[in-house]
Ligand binder design. Structure first.
Ligand SMILES: Nc1ncnc2c1ncn2[C@@H]1O[C@H](COP(=O)(O)OP(=O)(O)O)[C@@H](O)[C@H]1O
Ligand SMILES: [Mg+2]
Length: 571
């Protein structure tokens, strides 16, 4: 397996960290304590003198390290790049900044290999110890001075190494924080997926990424988001479990990596080949179940290092949780919307039904009663015994009262006064009715500029006032009530207020009370706002504001008016 190529990665690191090339993370090269001029010269001199012995020194050092830590070849190779032997080629060209970059790169790599900084410090110390006998032999006159220069080199190196470790850790936490941020701020699932993918590709400097999710009703994966490429897939393109690279990750629930996409013939990989030579993929697991796969790709055969794999897995886990949460939120929102639609529908149906019943009451019952009354009137004027005439009079009175009752019911069911004379008159009528039936003094304050509104708005406002005044009668024990209607630009504001006992706790409004809820629903349906303000003993205020909409012409409905008058004035 080939590992990441040095020149490529050098460029990345020298730009300041892997995550955001344009914005250096934490410590940068210039922030490192410089090698002092005189010490530099001595370091160069010592390095040159030691050069023929480096193979021996390095072997000796390797042996010690392996004994002490049991490091593998990859780790030893990276550690070797931090030593004087590796530095020599830079020092001899007076390229100290080059050595600093080299230190940064290989420290980052060691951090990814999860090598403890203490082990790195020990490695530097062991190297120094391996050099010491040679230094003593080569610089008998200036032994202390030469050793001090090498020690300084070690210390400065370690500062750079620690900085790189810090940067690597910062990068990890930044990636996770970014995922968290995406999770918290994403409006919906689609946005979330896209953000996670962008964060992941950016974090690992991948050239492309794809995110696949398992469909709810099948085991197959569907590509839900992609980054860094245009992926044109047929609408019905699905990855079955076990099919190709992504299918395998979905099936096993294990992270996976391929360093060469060319031999792959199954699944998504052949389609990703033009964009990626190597692929890294992790399962998205929520509650132990794989709900998707996150894949990123590189144009070179990059192998992931342990921390990179861990970080990607962590991003995968977090993403899976975020997806679950977003799905739940989406489902909840959908349900809320459905409930809102349903209640809107019910309110509409209710209004229609009320209209239908009032029409039937008027056309059938009302007309029949009118006919009965007519006949009774005719009989009353004919010759007949007194007692019969008396009975007929009584019957006429009963019929009149019934007609009056029906008229009231019709009025409540489908207020003709609203259709004919408009909102203002209808509200005044309701207020008058409250005063008449309960003795609550009711004031109606209506601004002159309210004008007529859309039938929908008028009807909603009327129903709100009707319900609020009904509540005053039923619950408030008030002396006074006020209804105010005002226009504020494109809004109509309505306030129904009383000086009664206020809403007493919540218990009695739970369950079967839907008056106030109905108000909220109606107003929300019109895109308006409503609130109820109430305090114990401080009365209750229902406030609503609705968009006025295009004012409509006063409803001229002669037929309806005639019918209403026929029932309303039987005499
Ligand atoms: N103006 C008011 N004064 C005092 N209490 C009220 C008033 N309006 C409503 N409430 C209280 O709020 C509850 C809920 O009102 P509402 O939703 O209209 O249901 P309902 O009138 O059918 O009880 C009422 O049961 C009552 O306890
Ligand atoms: Mg009520």
């Amino acid at each position: 397996m080939k590992s990441k190529m040095r020149p490529k990665v050098y460029r990345r690191v020298s730009k300041g960290g892997i995550c955001t090339p344009s914005k250096p993370l934490g410590m940068s090269v210039t922030a490192v304590p410089p090698f002092k001029g005189s010490s530099r010269e001595l370091i160069v001199e010592v390095a040159r003198a030691l050069e023929p012995y480096f193979p021996d020194i390095t072997n000796n050092w390797r042996e010690k390290l392996v004994n002490e830590f049991g490091f593998d070849g990859r780790t030893l190779a990276a550690l070797e790049r931090l030593t004087l032997a590796a530095g020599c080629s830079y020092f001899c060209h007076d390229d100290f900044p080059g050595f600093q970059e080299n230190l940064q790169y290989f420290s980052t790599r060691l951090a990814k290999l999860q090598v403890d900084t203490r082990a790195v410090a020990r490695s530097l110390e062991l190297y120094q110890l391996s050099c010491d006998p040679y230094v003593s032999g080569l610089f008998p006159e200036r032994e202390a001075e030469a050793k001090a220069a090498l020690e300084m080199l070690s210390s400065v190196s370690f500062v750079i190494i620690s900085g790189a470790y810090f940067d690597a850790k910062t990068l990890e936490s930044q990636a996770l924080l970014s995922t968290l941020d995406a999770e918290l701020s994403a409006g919906d699932l689609g946005v979330l997926l896209q953000r996670v993918l962008e964060i992941t590709t950016r974090t690992f400097q991948a050239s492309m990424g794809v995110l696949l999710l398992r469909e709810s009703d099948s085991e197959s994966l569907k590509v839900e988001a992609s980054a860094g490429m245009r992926l044109e897939l047929p609408e019905d393109f699905r990855i079955a479990p076990g099919w190709g690279f992504t299918g395998r990750i979905a099936q096993t629930g294990e992270a996976g990596m391929i360093l060469d996409t060319s031999p792959e013939t199954d699944g998504l990989t052949p389609l990703l080949r033009p964009h990626a030579k190597s692929l890294w993929g992790v399962p998205l697991k929520a509650n132990g179940e794989t709900i998707g796969v996150l894949v990123i790709g590189f144009q070179k055969p990059y192998e992931w290092l342990p921390t990179e794999r861990e970080l990607m897995r962590a991003i995968g886990d977090r993403t899976a949780l975020a997806i679950e949460r977003a799905r739940m939120t989406d489902a909840l929102r959908e349900r809320e919307q459905k409930i809102a639609d349903l209640s809107a529908h019910l309110l509409r149906v209710q209004e229609e039904e009320r209209k239908r019943i009032s029409r039937e009451l008027h056309d059938e019952t009302g007309q029949a009663l009118m006919v009965i009354r007519l006949y009774l009137g005719m009989m009353e004027s004919g010759a007949m015994p007194r007692n019969v005439r008396g009975k007929i009079r009584e019957t006429v009175e009963v019929v009149d009262r019934t007609i009056e009752g029906i008229r009231r019911i019709i009025g409540k069911l489908s207020p003709l006064v609203l259709q004919e004379l408009g909102l203002v008159a209808a509200i005044r009528k309701e207020a008058k009715h409250l005063t008449k039936t309960t003795g609550v003094k009711t004031r109606v304050l209506i601004a002159e500029d309210v004008g007529r509104l859309t039938p929908g708005a008028e009807q909603a406002i009327y129903r709100v006032v009707q319900e609020a005044l009904h509540n005053v009668a039923k619950h408030a024990q008030a002396h006074n009530a006020t209804v105010q209607v005002a226009r504020e630009d494109d809004l109509v504001r309505v306030i129904v207020e009383d000086d009664g006992i206020g809403i007493q706790g919540r218990s009695n409004s739970r369950g079967q009370s839907f008056g106030l809820t109905g108000i909220k629903e109606r107003i929300a349906m019109l895109g308006g706002a409503s609130r109820v303000v109430s305090g114990k003993g401080k009365g209750t205020r229902v406030e609503i504001s609705v968009p006025a909409g295009e004012p409509s012409e006063p409803a001229a409905r002669p037929a309806a008016r005639a019918a209403a008058q026929a029932v309303a004035r039987p005499n």
